[in-house]
Design a protein around this ligand. Structure first.
Ligand code: 8ZB
Length: 482
């Protein structure tokens, strides 16, 4: 395996870059020196890294939606509305599915059709096709930092164009944008391709431009135990830091139990600080994702789910919260529905900003177990790589030491079975090949037995199924009698 966790030389980066920029004709427009100058000319309020550092210092939780449409003017109008009407603190640009699969010809067709039909025929903004000029028009029209949000296994050209276009934050990673999104792309390839993205951002950083990087925390979004998503987030944070990235936001998707979710955000930051301490000048922040699983169709019920996510994010003191909309069960939301989700969240976050979740025995125990589980996983990953995290990650997926529930990728073992305990916290019903100690195994087992007793059934796969469908029925835990 030639993959290794070592900062790429500028020569190696520049050599591969030549090929990357040829993947679509807008690649030829990218000039790094011009891009650096452009970023230097942007006002401070468009700088994601700065905004996040301020929020972390002030201990406030910023709101951010998801949004993207096919055409530039309509996209600007949408984002302006979310900022003004929805009071969004940070803005996104969600990229369309063709671009995520590097199908730029199809994206071009989508742009043409959107113009004739006078409505968006793509489920996001095709940034590669719009090129640097198109991206800069978006950035210049808005008065907030804008992040690229996507789901792209090979996101190299997209990064070149959007960063040169003035975006100041880039989501994704070699694991988090592969295993939940692709069926047959190897983890070795995506880690390599994301080293390129991180090296590009490392280059900007060397020139004084700090681009924020955010691994995609929630993974498959349903019943992902915190120690799984923490392991992936910390690995991607470390791989990014090695390539010179400095401003890192690690994410976690709401599981639904308040204590577990607060413990998860706190341990994510504490663990990451520990693991990343070998790198200088890293700034770490956190992002809490409102409920990423199935949503109730009913809009009032959806607002309940959204509010609970907002409340948890605020009590956990996450640096930002990614907001859902009352249209979640239906597909891409209207701008009005998107603003409603934002305003609901802002209301709750504001009401809770002076309240903290007080440490208590239960929170401390939860934190202790998340840390233990995560460290047991990461220790084995390092061992498998003989100290090299990139190699270790590839081997860990082969061995099922890293395993993400409900993922489509054939490079994922898929042996894990998570289920909720009696309080709704996500536990390991079956830990597959995860390298857990007796203590961790027994802790999870006892928690699930407690639920089994209450429900007069043995913990089994039926619980997993019931839990997946519970929220659609208005519940968190899939209890048979409710
Ligand atoms: C992994 C992210 C899934 C979430 C939302 C989905 C879901 C996707 C768009 C969007 C607004 C878009 N999402 N594309 N929301 N505009 N173009 O991302 O609804 O919540």
């Amino acid at each position: 395996m030639k993959l290794k966790n070592k900062k790429w030389s500028l020569d190696k980066f520049m050599q591969i870059r030549e090929e990357v920029l040829k993947q679509w004709d807008t690649g030829a427009e990218v000039d790094l020196e011009d891009a650096i100058e452009y970023h230097k000319s942007l006002p401070e309020q468009k700088d994601m890294s700065k905004k996040l550092i301020e929020a972390k210092e002030e201990k406030i939780t910023l709101t951010q939606p998801r949004a993207g449409v096919a055409l530039i003017d309509e996209h600007v109008e949408l984002l302006k509305f979310l900022k003004e009407e929805g009071q969004a603190d940070l803005l996104p640009t969600t990229i369309d599915s063709y671009t995520r699969q590097n199908k730029y010809q199809e994206a071009e067709e989508g742009i043409k059709q959107s113009k004739t039909e006078e409505r968006s025929m793509l489920n996001g903004f095709p940034a590669v096709n719009h090129g640097i000029k198109g991206c800069r028009k978006v950035i210049e029209s808005l008065d907030a930092p804008v992040q690229v949000r996507h789901g792209t296994p090979d996101a190299r050209l997209l990064a070149e164009i959007t960063l040169a276009g003035g975006f100041t934050s880039y989501e994704g990673g070699g694991i988090s944008y592969n295993i939940p999104y692709a069926k047959d792309v190897s983890i070795e390839k995506t880690i390599y391709d994301w080293q390129y993205v991180d090296r590009l951002i490392g280059y900007y950083e060397e020139k004084g431009i700090s681009i924020n990087r955010e691994p995609f925390g929630p993974l498959t979004g349903t019943l992902v135990p915190p120690s799984i998503s923490h392991s992936v987030a910390i690995i991607e944070g470390l791989l990014a830091a090695e390539q010179g990235v400095k401003n890192i936001t690690l994410g976690y998707g709401q599981c639904g139990n308040l204590t577990q979710d607060v413990a998860a955000i706190q341990t994510l930051e504490e663990l990451a600080e520990e693991y990343l301490s070998e790198y200088d000048d890293i700034v770490l922040t956190t992002v809490f994702h409102q409920w990423m699983g199935g949503f109730p169709q009913d809009e009032s019920q959806a607002f309940g789910v959204i509010s609970w996510g907002g409340a948890t994010a605020a009590l956990a003191q996450a640096t930002k919260v990614i907001v859902k909309t009352p249209h979640e069960a239906l597909g891409v939301p209207t701008k009005e529905a998107n603003a409603q989700g934002l305003k609901t969240t802002k209301q709750v976050v504001n009401m809770l900003k002076d309240q903290h979740f007080m440490p208590n025995g239960v929170l401390e125990k939860e934190k202790e177990m998340i840390k233990k589980e995560t460290k047991e996983i990461l220790n084995r990953v390092f061992e498998l790589g003989k100290g090299d995290l990139a190699k270790g990650t590839v081997r860990a997926f082969e061995a099922g030491v890293l395993d993400i529930p409900f993922a489509p990728s054939k490079y994922n073992a898929g042996n894990l079975l998570p289920a909720r305990d009696n309080n709704g916290a996500v536990r390991y019903l079956n830990h597959g090949n995860l390298p857990f100690s007796e203590e961790v195994i027994n802790f999870n087992k006892e928690k699930l037995e407690e639920r089994g007793k209450d429900e007069e059934r043995d913990p089994s796969f039926q619980m997993v199924i019931d839990d997946i469908y519970a929220i659609g029925k208005g519940m968190l835990v899939g209890k048979p009698r409710t």
